[in-house]
Design a protein around this ligand. Sequence first.
Ligand SMILES: C[S@@+](CC[C@H](N)C(=O)[O-])C[C@H]1O[C@@H](n2cnc3c(N)ncnc32)[C@H](O)[C@@H]1O
Length: 346
Amino acid sequence: MAASSCLLRVEEIGGKGRGVVAAQPLKAGQTLLTESPLIVYSASPLFSSPPFKHCHHCFTIIPSHTINPPSCPSCSHHLFCSQTCLNSSSHSPWACKALTSLTNSTPLQQQPQERQVQARFVVAAHDLLLHTPSHINMLLSLQGTPDAAIIDAANFLHSLISPLFPPHSQLSADLVAQLMAKDRLNSFCLMHPYSPHGPQRSIKAYTVYAKASLFNHSCLPNACRFDYVDTSEEHNTDIVVRLVEDVPEGKEVCISYIRVGRDYCTRKRILMEDYGFTCECDRCKIEASWGSQGEKENNDLPHVRFLRKHVCEKENCAGTMAPLPPPSHVLECNFCGNFKTHCDTP
Ligand SMILES: C[S@@+](CC[C@H](N)C(=O)[O-])C[C@H]1O[C@@H](n2cnc3c(N)ncnc32)[C@H](O)[C@@H]1O
C-alpha cells in the first residue's frame, strides 16, 4: 500500500485471500485512503438514455439548465461539465468511435442490458491498453477468475470490440475474460446523489481501484467509503475510505460491500451471488439463528449497539455513520451526508 504504507499493510488473511491490516493503532474518523481509479466506465446500458446527463470524465450531474456544455470534439453526444474535465478526460477518439459504432450494432442491441454495460467496460479496457497499459497489469493483479458465463460474454464482446481499435491495442479474448472477472469482483459503484423522497440511488458508473480493492468485507465494518457528494470535478471519481471505529495495530480493516442495515438473508444472498463467499463475521454467526425481527429489537448484543449507533436513520438512506476526522464527536453518513452528534449511551 504505497500511499498509505505507514497506516496499512497487506497480509494473507485465513479463508479470505489478501486483506488490509492496521500497521499502527488507528483512530476512528481517520482517513485511511484516497485513491484515483484504474478504470471508470458508465453504468448506462448503451441503448437507453441515462436518467440524468452527467459529465463523461468526473460523472457529476450536468444541471438541466446548462447551455451548451463542452462536448467531445469527435462525437458531440458525450458531454463534460467543464473544459477542464474535457481536457483531462480519457475519452479518446478511439473509445468514442467504438462506443458510437456499438450503438449501431444489432447483435449487441439484442443482448441483455448487462452485456451492454460490459461492452462499455471492454471499450474502456482497450482504451487503457492504448493510453495507460500499466493499469491493465494492475487490474490483472486483482482477485477474480473467469467462469463459463464470463468466457461466453468475453468471446462475444471481443469479436465486436477488438476490431474497432488499432492492432497494437487489441486485447485477446482470453485477456478480455480475465479483465471482466477482475471487474466483477472488485468494482465499486459511483452513485447518483441521495434524495429523501426519490427512488433508491441508482448507479452512475463503475470504478476499480488498485488499493481499495484489497479491503475484505465485514457486516460489522470498521471502515467505510464516503461517496455521497458530487464535489470537486477532477477528483470526483476518487475513493475515500475513513475509519468507523478505533482499530488496534494488526487488526484487519474491513468495509461492508453492501449497506450495513440489510438483513441476514439478503446479505448472505448478495455476498454469494456477487462475490462468491459466505461471510463468517460475528454478526452473521449470531443472526443466522434469528427467527424473527423481535429478537433484533430486544437484545443488547454489541453488534446491535453498533447498528443503532452507525446506521443512518434518515428516510430512504441506511448508510454508515462514521466520525469526522479526530478529534470529533460528530458522525457523518457516508451515503447521504447527514450529521449526528455521537452519544455512547445505547
Ligand atoms: C475485492 S476482493 C478483496 C481482496 C481479496 N481478498 C484479494 O485477495 O485480493 C473480494 C474478494 O475477497 C474475498 N473476501 C472478501 N471478504 C471476505 C470475507 N469476509 N470472507 C471470505 N472471503 C472474503 C472474496 O473472495 C471476494 O470475492
